[in-house]
Design a protein around this ligand. Sequence first.
Ligand code: GLU
Length: 304
Amino acid sequence: MLRTRKVVAACAGLLLAVLAAACGKEGSPPVKGPKPEQLPVYKVDTGFRLPASPTWTKAKKRGYLRVGAKEDQPYLGEKDPATGIYSGFDIEIAKMMSASLGFDPKTIRFKTIASANRETALQNGQIDYYVGTYTINAMRKKLVGFAGPYYMAGQGLLVRTDENDINGPQDLAGKTVCSAAGSTPYQRIAADYPKAILVAYDTYSICVDNLLTYQVDAVTTDDAILLGFAAKAPEEMKVVGKPFSEEPYGIGVPRSDNALRFALNDALEANEKNGNWKKAFEATLGLSGVPAPTPPPIDRYPAT
Ligand code: GLU
């Protein structure tokens, strides 16, 4: 216990380093990460043209795509602090899309954007599209467009391994639970579990820091994100209970750019059919222990 506390204290504020070193504990599993040779190579569709899309047209003139993503979500969207290189399942989706739109994925300029700022970033043209555990829902559809879904997650709970009282959202009364501002899991706890004491930060990695230092009792967000954190420090944290929502992940696009949304839907479908989706999944999110599911059906809603 004492040892755990010391290790936990050493972890504070150093989450990425901590996860990378698994808190320096002997016998911790080595950190598994996507190896470049396991990842698919996406063929660039050099003849691709999409003049009906203002986003694509501007990107073509510029010569590269600007893509919004997360940088602290293990196996989904991670930025290597040393090299600045992004990796993970969401990043692979972003690369697949880039290749299909006729841009070499190597040229993508990723920009980290927190959950609360995604709609604004798309609305004011800071990014061309966004791939980062972004749940499609009716409220967001009023502000942005969504291609996909390309994955179905569900809300879950992450606790310390020494926690035995929390096994589902019904156990959160009087407990401190942390989530990201502007996220659907935050909104669901606020609406459906009002007895929980909610704390919001910009990112889930700050929540995880707070969990490891006993500042909060649980972290809530999508199971896909939580399983990644737990997989990197299995002696410190565990995911408990069953998923209690459906979180279909979409690619966010500017709302009026229907041509881009339709092209991304086609590109997703093609990559699901040719095996790239599954290969990408297995080399990234699959490493957190999730077997590759069948991707959910694409929602080709009409032009807005
Ligand atoms: N999928 C949820 C959302 O879009 C939670 C994950 C996140 O914040 O990115 O709000």
